[in-house]
Design a protein around this ligand. Structure first.
Ligand SMILES: Nc1ncnc2c1ncn2[C@@H]1O[C@H](COP(=O)(O)OP(=O)(O)OP(=O)(O)O)[C@@H](O)[C@H]1O
Ligand SMILES: [Mg+2]
Length: 340
């Protein structure tokens, strides 16, 4: 069972607030975008956690915080039991190889002036993961692993298709022998048929190499396909987290329910969140509504939902401690009591 696996990384109450620029000359109190606001999650060895939610809800922010590309405004990240914020210089070098990120846009993430050979070889040499004598063989191995011919190493990124470039990005991430990979919308820019190939490749390599993965996407189909667990994000917060199949079969949060009901099961790959409309406007991540952030769009909202913010609580009979949901309406339906 994946829930017994060793915890590789845990995030505790992560927040990231970005200051909003004031374009006028009149001084105003500083406002902040609440990109991530109290996000807690656990990543276990070899397990893929899918992070899904609408555009702007903070998925990439969480991904960047986790691999250390940004520092949180508050909250802690423990990687293999150690606080990332307290990592010393030697630790930071190790972290730069062990935590990797794959981005949506392979055009801008691969240096256009370098041949594929150098794109793959340079980081390995820099981090001394191989020596000059062994590096070429390692490049060939990596290309074979991601299904590219060995002569690809002599070419430049622009000579490849989007799907092939994403294979190169995967090879580059794997070259550093990572323990954890954050995949941020890795297939969103690709054609449907190529998406499936890249998802299969990611899944196969992740399982074979026992890599832990945070898979970010706004496409529920893609997330369902690769994930063991799923976390649903709404305006900077996780509103539900649990086993992937259970989230699809028995979604508990009204937001998750709306998302899941909009995915036709016969062809889940073809739908994503942008394809349907929820009632009401998405509130701004700058001026957040009081109480539950989803309440203005929620069919089940009660007066308390506009007063207080619900926390994540275990869903009884639904995987217990492993399936959490932040919703007062659900708490009331369960035991008639609303928890603080
Ligand atoms: N560097 C930044 N400076 C200011 N605001 C930012 C910055 N990065 C992100 N934001 C804001 O934080 C919020 C969350 O952004 P983020 O990119 O994490 O969302 P996302 O869920 O990844 O969206 P998408 O699906 O469109 O990629 C957005 O409102 C965004 O405008
Ligand atoms: Mg994003």
């Amino acid at each position: 069972m994946e829930n017994d696996r060793e915890v590789i990384l845990s995030a505790n109450e992560l927040t990231k607030f970005y200051p909003v620029r004031n374009p006028s000359l009149i001084p105003r109190p500083r406002k902040y975008v609440h990109a991530a606001d109290g996000v807690s999650l656990t990543l276990r060895r070899g397990v893929t956690l899918g992070l899904v939610g609408e555009s702007g809800c903070g998925k990439s922010t969480v991904g960047r915080l986790i691999v250390g590309l940004e520092r949180p405004t508050s909250g802690q990240i423990h990687y293999k039991g150690r606080d990332l914020a307290e990592a010393g210089r030697g630790d930071k070098d190790a972290l730069r190889t062990e935590l990797q990120m794959i981005f949506q846009d392979s055009y801008s993430s691969l240096n256009p002036r370098k041949r594929i050979y150098d794109i793959l070889a340079d980081p390995m040499l820099y981090h001394r993961l191989t020596d000059r004598a062994g590096v070429e063989q390692r490049v060939d191995e990596l290309l074979a692993m991601v299904g590219l011919p060995a002569d690809a190493k002599r070419r430049y990124p622009h000579e490849f298709s989007g799907g092939q470039r994403q294979r190169i990005s995967i090879a580059r991430a794997l070259s550093l022998e990572p323990k954890l990979i954050v995949c941020d919308e890795p297939v969103s820019a690709l054609d449907m048929s190529i998406q499936a190939q890249i998802l299969n490749l990611l899944k196969e390599l992740q399982e074979k190499l026992d890599i832990t993965c945070l898979f970010i996407s706004h496409s529920l189909g893609a997330v369902r396909y690769v994930s063991d667990r799923i976390a649903v994000m709404y305006l900077g917060r996780i509103v539900e987290i649990g086993d992937a199949q259970e989230i699809f079969r028995h979604p508990q949060h009204p937001y998750t329910q709306t998302l899941v009901s909009a995915v036709p099961l016969a062809d889940p790959q073809k739908r994503n969140i942008a394809d349907f409309l929820l009632e009401g406007e998405v509130p701004s991540a700058i001026d957040l509504p009081k109480g539950c952030r989803f309440a203005p769009r929620c069919r089940a909202a009660m007066p308390v939902c506009r007063e207080r913010e619900p926390g994540l609580r275990p869903c009884e009979g639904m995987g217990g401690e492993q399936h959490l949901c932040a919703c007062f309406a659900r708490e009331e339906a369960e035991d008639g009591k609303i928890h603080r």
